[in-house]
Design a protein around this ligand. Structure first.
Ligand code: ADA
Length: 563
């Protein structure tokens, strides 16, 4: 979906969205594909998840997309793929240029120097669940893995020197002391004019000497008058960077996030995070959520009094984060994960794929002020010390690439977790009154895990309840308030919210599981029943129709917000 601002005004960018030629190849090995013999004789829109469309609903296999593209005389051309689910091979005039593992993150492919004119672009996309090929997406995850070129594709026409990435960080909030790092590439050493404007005021205008290859330029500056970003007053600023004839616009907010003394602070103010887990999915669109649905989801969340969203369980689209920046939502963004075993977490094949995925997650979203927390690996086997090196390495990578935000992971082993000392924020997923105990046990069960964490060395850290909830089938109203009824779900959430925030005040954040019902993959076959093959713990159903709990959450969150 389109971003909320234009990233380039000088750099020519051709959007390749629209109808592409398409073929469903099925159960074929990607290395056996003979590109010349593929007949892409049907069409598929880009962006779209092909398997969310009725014609291919639920199908897994290899597919081919084909598009004719036109190159001009410019020195270089770069393809930018917003998201491809969940394995992609890019071929240009029949030559393999790039294989990409994992959906949800943006990646780029530089095209070889070529004659101006028409060329053939083929993208082979695989949505099969095959660990050897695609270790980040496993068949037991509790959400549906949609496939396809699910995000926009664009062709960037680059001059001889170009801007790759601009990172803007706040060094000191009081003086608004900032650092901007500009990563660039150049095919030859040269001196070029460089300018930086913030909100249309030039702060740097000079000549820079670039040496051949890739480099970084760092600038420090103060913006003493600039307004801050906060959830209640989300001011944004626009940085315009021009290097020679190339440019890049980045929107940012000035704010500081801290995790200390049991609190999460934004600009020194403690925050009470109230919200939901949200999957980026819809039964009709898969992961390709139209902007009106992203926006109306945020409006419904706001109506319930929410200020916080955990983007479960993978990186979020930049267009959604743009909306969160504008509307003042606080986001937890995490790398893909769901119940990874010791085997995965000690396998270099998996760990290396996570490192690459995390690097892409940070690169694409580091300037969003709405992101206040990075997470990794939802509910991995964090109780086993054999997994400690992987947790340490992945969290360490995030801290090194972005030292400005606290880090966490959602743990569902609060009594046995082996590396909570590695995080800044302790996040706990538990289901009292659903998987554990009855409704009347909920307060005691909550106390048990919170007190345990506090008594075992984490008393100074903020605690977020990152998942808690109950399943309810939309429309199932029952005077017995049995499990799966809307009444049981609303009674459970009422008990949870009252106990966490009215009876006690140790926890600083709640992400209810979950905002809306989602289609799931394989769990229906397992003990954790998933009626309809959906995870039905949404407070809204998959079409965003509210269940009874909506009003309960709204009443309690509204009361908490006015305290
Ligand atoms: C886990 C998991 C969620 C969902 C939930 C449930 O905590 O993180 O993705 O599967 O359980 O509904 O059981």
């Amino acid at each position: 979906m389109p971003r909320l601002f234009q990233e380039h005004k000088l750099r020519p960018v051709t959007l390749l969205d629209g109808l592409w030629n398409f073929a469903f190849l099925g159960d074929m090995d990607v290395d056996d594909v003979d590109i010349t013999s593929i007949k892409c004789d049907s069409y598929m829109p880009v962006p779209a998840c092909f398997d969310a469309m009725p014609q291919y609903a639920g199908k897994r296999g290899l597919v081919a997309y084909r598009k004719e593209i036109y190159l001009d005389e410019a020195a270089r051309h770069r393809l930018v793929f917003d998201t491809v689910h969940h394995w992609g091979r890019v071929l240009f005039d029949g030559t393999v240029l790039h294989d990409h593992v994992g959906g949800f993150t943006q990646f780029t492919v530089d095209l070889p120097q070529s004659a101006p004119g028409s060329h053939e672009l083929v993208v082979l996309v695989d949505n099969r669940l095959d660990y050897d090929h695609s270790p980040l997406h496993l068949d037991y995850f509790d959400w549906y893995h949609y496939g396809g070129i699910s995000g926009s594709v664009s062709l960037h026409h680059l001059p001889e020197s170009w801007i790759d990435r601009v990172t803007i960080t706040v060094d000191d909030l009081t003086s608004r002391n900032m650092t901007m790092s500009i990563r660039y590439g150049t095919i030859k050493a040269q001196t070029l004019p460089l300018s930086i404007a913030i909100d249309d005021h030039f702060i740097i205008d000079e000549e820079v000497a670039l040496s051949e290859g890739n480099g970084v330029l760092n600038y420090h500056f103060n913006l003493p008058e600039a307004a801050l970003w906060s959830p209640n007053d989300p001011h944004l600023h626009m940085a315009a960077v021009q290097l020679g004839t190339d440019d890049l616009y980045e929107r940012f907010g000035i704010r500081k996030v801290e995790a200390k003394q049991g609190q999460i602070l934004i600009n020194g103010e403690p925050q009470l995070l109230l919200g939901f887990n949200r999957h980026q999915s819809h039964p009709q669109f898969g992961y390709t959520i139209p902007q009106n649905i992203d926006y109306s989801d945020l409006m419904l969340l706001r109506d319930m009094g929410c200020n916080f969203i955990r983007g479960s369980h993978y990186p979020q689209t930049r267009s959604f984060l743009d909306l969160c920046d504008e509307l003042g939502f606080m986001m937890w963004v995490e790398s893909i994960g769901w119940g990874h075993t010791v085997g995965h977490l000690t396998d270099p094949h998996f760990v290396n794929a996570q490192h690459a995925h995390i690097a892409e997650m940070i690169a694409m979203s580091e300037n969003h002020p709405s992101i206040i927390l990075w997470g990794i690996l939802n509910e991995g086997y964090s109780y086993d010390e054999k997994t400690t090196p992987t947790y340490a390495a992945l969290l360490g990578q995030i801290r090194e690439e972005d030292p400005t935000r606290p880090v966490t992971y959602a743990c569902n082993y609060p009594f046995t977790d082996a590396h909570l000392d590695l995080v800044d924020v302790v996040s706990i997923n538990q289901y009292p009154g659903w998987y554990q105990g009855e409704l009347e046990d909920v307060p005691q069960l909550i106390d048990d895990f919170i007190n345990y964490v506090d008594e075992h060395g984490q008393a100074d850290k903020p605690i977020i309840i990152s998942e808690i909830g109950a399943g309810a089938i939309y429309g199932w109203r029952d005077s017995h308030h049995t499990r799966w009824s809307e009444g049981y779900q609303s009674a459970l959430l009422e008990t949870v919210i009252k106990h966490l925030f009215f009876d006690r005040d140790r926890v600083c954040g709640l992400a209810i599981w979950q905002y809306h019902d989602i289609r799931t993959t394989q769990l229906a076959r397992m003990a954790l029943a998933r009626p309809r093959d959906f995870n039905n713990k949404g407070v809204l159903d998959e079409y965003r129709r509210p269940k009874e709990a909506y009003q309960v959450v709204k009443r309690l969150f509204t009361e908490l917000n006015s305290k």
